[in-house]
Design a protein. Structure first.
Length: 383
């Protein structure tokens, strides 16, 4: 379970790690009020369960409450790597002298938590590990003994010659370990750990991933859970009477019935393709439901082709065909479409589709193969 920065900073603060004392807000007006309260300049930061917000334009400085409001309205609603921004953190801005890195993760090979520090902070640490690995220092942490003060000091004096700064940093590293241990985290990261112009050392960013398997003993942390983008989509689908599960492939599937939907995914996999989703639109031919389902499918940027697989039982194929034609008339679909339609009144259904310029196949394997072909042919290449 990933926490957002404002939540992780609360846990940092609880463990005694110095952080800027800001507030989480959900509207631009609130951002202005908060900026007025804490005093400008402030930094307005997108709260999403992913990193790289700075690069994506999700972290902005503001010199006045009005500017904070302006920046907030720009950042709210922004899409950062598939995460829609709904919350912001408004922090007092600080004068930065240097950006360092400190983090703890579990190292399976060492069978222990490992602390990593680097003077090259503020940037993607994976990039540092790739290009200049010598800039990262590791310290295995004995899980029973915990991080020892001499170990924290050794790391801190590697970062700062100045005694005061090194000792402040050693204190932060020790507290980062307590925080990691006390929350049953699998990752706790400060990037950047900032060296301020006034000599202070402070955590400017916070990232914590909690171990789901340990959440039973942290009811207060469990409550912090925020839905991921995938989960939000699934909830939206549910509210429209659709049963939807997001997957990672390119073939968007729309099927009537859960069993047939499962079989459709199996067949696509069997043929060497990858389904983009599970989607059961149920036994109704309601055009609105088809429209809702289509909108859900095209909102996934990975989808290259849509495969509609309908077996008409109680639901009649002519009804389904009418619903489909009406739905397609209302949508501007820029993706190739494959329809497989069989069952009750299938001839009428196919005729209705043919009149609307859509060819339907009867065989499921034929339909799936066609969808695979279109997906790999780069059909519906999208921006
Ligand atoms: P990330 O890009 O998602 O990791 O977001 P961060 O919280 O790490 O912010 C990105 C960058 O914004 C940091 O590395 C800093 O350079 C800058 N930044 C964040 N807060 C402040 C601040 O208070 N003052 C200044 N000058 N820069 C800041
Ligand atoms: Mn960061």
């Amino acid at each position: 379970m990933k926490l957002e920065e404002f939540q992780a900073k609360k846990l940092f603060s609880r463990s005694g790690i110095p952080i800027p004392e800001g507030s989480m807000v959900t509207t631009a007006e609130e951002a202005r009020e908060t900026a007025g309260k804490i005093g400008c300049p402030v930094v307005v930061k997108a709260q999403v369960q992913t990193g790289g917000r700075g690069k994506a334009g999700g972290v902005k400085l503001a010199q006045s409450p009005e500017e904070a409001q302006q920046r907030a309205s720009e950042i709210l609603g922004m899409d950062i790597k598939g995460h829609k921004v709904k919350r912001l953190l408004v922090d007092p801005a600080v004068d930065i002298r240097g950006e360092l890195y400190a983090g703890i993760t579990v190292d399976r090979n060492k069978k222990a938590p490992v602390m990593m520090v680097s003077p090259a902070g503020g940037v993607d640490i994976e990039e540092v590990a790739r290009t200049t690995p010598e800039k990262i220092t590791f310290q295995r942490i004995d899980p029973l003994m915990g991080l020892q003060l001499f170990e924290a000091k050794r790391l801190a004096f590697g970062l700062f010659d100045e005694k005061k700064k090194a000792l402040a940093t050693a204190g932060i590293l020790t507290r980062l370990w307590s925080c990691f241990r006390d929350c049953d985290a699998s990752l706790a990261e400060i990037n950047p750990l900032a060296e301020l112009a006034d000599g202070g050392i402070i955590a400017l960013d916070a990232k914590i991933v909690l171990d789901d398997n340990a959440m039973y003993r942290h009811p207060d942390l469990k409550e912090m859970r925020l839905p991921t983008p995938d989960e939000e989509k699934e909830l939206l689908a549910k509210s429209k009477g659709l049963s939807y599960v997001q997957l990672e492939g390119e073939i968007g599937c729309m099927v009537n019935g859960a069993g047939l939907a499962m079989a459709t995914m199996d067949l696509i996999k069997h043929l060497g393709g990858r389904p983009a989703n599970f989607l059961d639109i149920g036994g109704s031919s309601n055009p609105q439901k088809v429209i809702d389902a289509m909108e859900l499918l095209v909102s996934d940027p990975n989808v290259r082709v849509i495969f509609i697989n309908v077996f008409g039982g109680i639901t009649r194929c002519d009804d389904v065909a009418n619903g489909l034609v009406e739905a397609l008339g209302q949508l501007e679909l820029d993706l190739p479409l494959v329809v497989r339609l069989t069952g009750t009144n299938e001839d009428q259904g196919r005729e209705i589709l043919a009149n609307a310029g859509i060819t339907a196949v009867t065989d499921m394997t034929e339909g799936a193969s066609k969808a695979l072909e279109l997906a790999s042919a780069g059909g519906g290449e999208r921006a």
